[in-house]
Write a protein that binds this ligand. Structure first.
Ligand SMILES: [Zn+2]
Ligand SMILES: [Zn+2]
Length: 255
């Protein structure tokens, strides 16, 4: 570290999780610069689907009985289809303003952003579900190939920090992949659901799940099929309520 770098680090020990701009010390451990504060579409300030967390600007919102829901959730509900997760909450919309920082984190290039992302997920959870007492937090399982590629499990770190911010226990390795599916990004929404069907199992026994309220953390929520599979595995063994949470939500596939 050069002398100048050392001075810079002393004055600006943090970097904005979205754009990487250097920032002065933050007591909360959350680093978001004022520009990104304005530009990033945080769900707390906008309307998002009250079931799946999708930002509603992507499509015209339909008025449902339990508040505003997206067209997909509206038609699923009308068809009587049941989903295993109770709801999904995302901290922001996945778009050109938020994706750079999130992709960097997913690739293991900005581990320091975990505290910021966990902080905004935790704030959303306690803001939207003030009366829900979670028994524990779990993380969606990584693809084994991906861990080999980047050397760390970004959802495990995110979930551990979110659990700490919410003061709820974290259960590591709650899920395993029953089989290794194809890379999701190469598949369409329907293929994606099919690829994932039955793909996850939980390592936890019914004794640890029966009647429990569980928060499952993913980095980005796309079609919701990953969360659906995790929730299905937990509910099969008796979990009572499963909420999914992610840094960002999008309606399309990402890498
Ligand atoms: Zn920024
Ligand atoms: Zn929805």
């Amino acid at each position: 570290m050069s002398f100048l770098d050392r001075i810079l680090f002393y004055v600006y020990p943090g970097a904005c999780a979205f754009c990487g701009a250097l920032m002065p010390h933050s007591k909360t451990g959350v680093y978001i610069c004022s520009e990104c504060m304005e530009k990033v579409r945080f769900c707390a300030r906008r309307s998002c689907c009250s079931i799946c967390g999708a930002p509603l600007e992507f499509a015209a919102a339909e008025e449902g009985r339990r508040g505003t829901i997206c067209p997909e959730c509206f038609s699923l509900r009308r068809s009587g289809a049941r989903r295993s997760f109770d709801r999904i909450i995302a901290a922001c919309a996945y778009d050109e303003n938020s994706s750079g920082g999130i992709i960097k984190y997913k690739r293991g290039l900005s581990l320091g952003s975990a505290s910021t992302f966990a902080g905004i997920i935790a704030a959303n959870i306690s803001g939207r579900l003030p009366d829900v007492k979670f028994d524990f937090v779990a993380a969606v399982p990584p693809r084994r190939a991906r861990i080999r590629e980047i050397g760390f499990d970004q959802c495990d770190l995110l979930a551990r920090k979110t659990a700490k911010a919410l003061d709820v226990p974290y259960v590591k390795g709650a899920f395993k992949r029953a089989r290794e599916g194809k890379k999701q990004t190469e598949l369409s929404g329907d293929e994606r659901r099919e690829n994932l069907a039955g793909a996850f199992e939980t390592r936890l026994g019914a004794d640890r799940l029966k009647g429990k309220t569980i928060l499952v953390i993913d980095d980005v929520k796309t079609t919701g099929s990953t969360m659906e599979e995790c929730a299905r595995a937990l509910k099969e063994k008796g979990a009572a309520y499963v909420c999914g949470a992610a840094i960002a939500a999008t309606g399309r596939e990402i890498s």
